[in-house]
Design a protein around this ligand. Structure first.
Ligand code: OAD
Length: 256
């Protein structure tokens, strides 16, 4: 059951901020990071695969792993959580969508101006000069990849140095503009919705605390407890692809 006071808040919201994590893409078949059996960091070494040091030590291992992940995303489809968030943006006066995800499933569900705090699997760039690199799909489609495929990274067309995945690695700064927009929206919205994140990665995890300090109500959707349970006014326990459509229907479908 969706609490009546939450339905009313959603019906009257002026600026809704939605912060998503890997859980929002879980029902599309994209693995999360910290779920005990299936999470990427339960099965792979984050230091080797998601850091500058790891890339310098073995660029082919790192490029191959991200290519495997990117191809999984290309074959995945947005789920009901992604599409409901896109519909919410049409219903409410203003919606800011902030994601920690490096997939493009929000965009493919119709969301616009998504703030990507952790970069994108689909925007690789030169490791040295940062020139954007476009992966030629016709060449990669044919190669069968698994998560341990080593693939030499392509070379930058300008300077000839290796191309790196366009994601934020451990120890790196978040993209400045995205982070600034995310902090501002989290402090000045009138409802913050946190969906499918463990809240263990900083500074992204600070956004709900900024909202809480500003007295903004928080609603969380997650089948498990997260570090945000204590500051959320509403903890909806369940899958995003099930609970979000219920919430949307309760708030925006006319009765009778
Ligand atoms: P985590 O893997 O840490 O957390 C995923 C959360 O999603 C957990 O709290 C799950 O309980 C929840 N979850 C699982 N299935 C769900 C579902 N169907 N509906 C709703 N929630 C569900 O992923 P993140 O919090 O996103 O960083 O991780 C944050 C960052 O850590 C990632 O962006 C990534 C990683 O290192 C980078 O790639 C830079």
């Amino acid at each position: 059951m969706v609490p009546l006071s939450l339905i009313e808040k959603l019906q009257n919201v002026k600026h809704l901020v939605v912060l998503t994590g890997a859980g929002v893409s879980a029902e599309s078949g994209v693995p999360t990071f910290r779920d005990a059996l299936t999470g990427l960091w339960a099965n792979y070494n984050a230091e080797r695969l998601a850091s500058e040091t790891g890339f310098l030590a073995d660029p082919a291992l790192v490029w191959g792993w991200y290519e495997w992940r990117r191809r999984r995303v290309l074959h995945a489809q947005p789920n009901l959580a992604h599409t409901t968030i896109a519909q919410l943006a049409i219903q409410v006066p203003e919606l800011t969508l902030i994601t920690q995800n490096v997939d493009d499933l929000h965009e493919r569900a119709g969301s616009k101006d998504v703030i990507h705090l952790h970069g994108s699997l689909h925007q690789p760039r030169c490791f040295i000069c940062e020139t954007a690199y476009v992966i030629p799909e016709e060449t990669v489609q044919d190669i069968q990849l698994n998560q341990e495929s080593s693939i030499e990274p392509p070379r930058c067309s300008l300077c000839g140095e290796p191309v790196r995945p366009g994601v934020v690695w451990f120890g790196e700064q978040l993209p400045a503009k995205a982070w600034q927009l995310a902090q501002r929206a989290s402090q000045y919205c009138d409802l913050l919705m946190i969906i499918g994140t463990s809240g263990l990665v900083w500074p992204a995890a600070n956004l709900p605390y900024l909202a809480n300090q500003a007295g903004i109500p928080i609603v969380q959707i997650n089948p498990e407890k997260s570090s945000f349970n204590s500051i959320a006014s509403y903890n909806l326990c369940g899958k995003a692809g099930e609970l979000l459509p219920q919430l949307y229907t309760a708030a925006f479908t006319p009765v009778g």
